[in-house]
Design a protein around this ligand. Structure first.
Ligand code: HPA
Length: 246
């Protein structure tokens, strides 16, 4: 087992149940990561933690420095990343509060610096990305969730949209025709940068709303915020179980 890094998403800027062992403000050749890199301890296990949107949740999805975040985790010795992400549900069995461990993604983002291999070093590199999420981490996440009776969804395709606006109902119908089950804004380029740095990466997605047009009416920020809070307990328990089982 290598050193674990957890990337916190919306609603997860800290893990208060754990002990803070160290906090480092680091720099990378790509700039500064979203926040201080924390080293946390739980049940005798140390791991790193980085909140993707910043310590006070001020950085929107399209403005995150994904390259600096992954580089900082990599430089600190992390070899496995579990990323958290709030998502909208598209598939019928992906309603609010469902936990999902996707096995595929489709990237609809644009204009984000999305590779370390941009030609500057003289190398042209094409990484294999057939399976964007590490199966070993997926299985461990699913086992931890099942052990807590959380009924996680095993697999599914995560559509990564640009944001920060939510989608139109027409866009969600298109994503559904493309075979997407979930929609969020942050899994790319995070997942591919982890692959380029040869880090295992898996995503724990938690559904905070029905995607646009999947139910009557608008998608309300009030509903999203309330469901973020409602998901917190199960996501936290799952992470702690995951860390303890390492
Ligand atoms: N769309 C995109 N990203 C999201 C959503 C959504 O409906 N909900 C939470 N993150």
């Amino acid at each position: 087992m290598g050193l674990l890094g957890i990337i916190g998403g919306s609603g997860f800027t800290a893990l208060p149940e754990t002990e803070i062992v160290d906090r480092q403000r680091v720099e990378t050749p790509y700039g500064a990561p979203s926040a201080e890199l924390l080293t946390l301890r739980h049940d005798g296990q140390e791991f790193r933690f980085l909140p993707r949107h910043g310590a006070d949740h001020g950085i929107p999805p399209h403005a995150i420095n994904y390259r600096a975040n992954i580089q900082a985790l990599c430089d600190s010795g992390v070899t496995q990343i579990v990323a958290l992400g709030a998502v909208g549900g598209i598939a019928d069995d992906c309603g609010p509060l469902r936990l999902c461990v996707p096995d595929q993604l489709i990237d609809y983002t644009w204009g984000r610096p999305s590779t370390y291999f941009d030609g500057a070093g003289g190398d042209v590199v094409h990484v294999d990305f057939s399976a964007p999420f590490a199966q070993v981490l997926r299985e461990r996440l699913l086992a931890s969730a099942q052990g807590l009776g959380l009924d996680p969804r095993d697999g599914g395709t995560y559509a990564v949209t640009q944001g920060p606006r939510l989608e139109t109902a027409g866009e969600i119908r298109r994503l559904e025709r493309d075979g997407c089950d979930l929609v969020g804004m942050t899994a790319m380029p995070e997942a591919v940068l982890a692959r380029e740095r040869a880090l295992d990466y898996a995503l724990l997605a938690f559904v905070v709303n029905w995607a646009a047009g999947k139910r009557e009416g608008e998608v309300g920020m009030g509903e999203i915020r309330a469901n973020l809070v409602r998901c917190q307990d199960s996501v936290r328990r799952l992470l702690l179980a995951f860390v303890a089982a390492a």
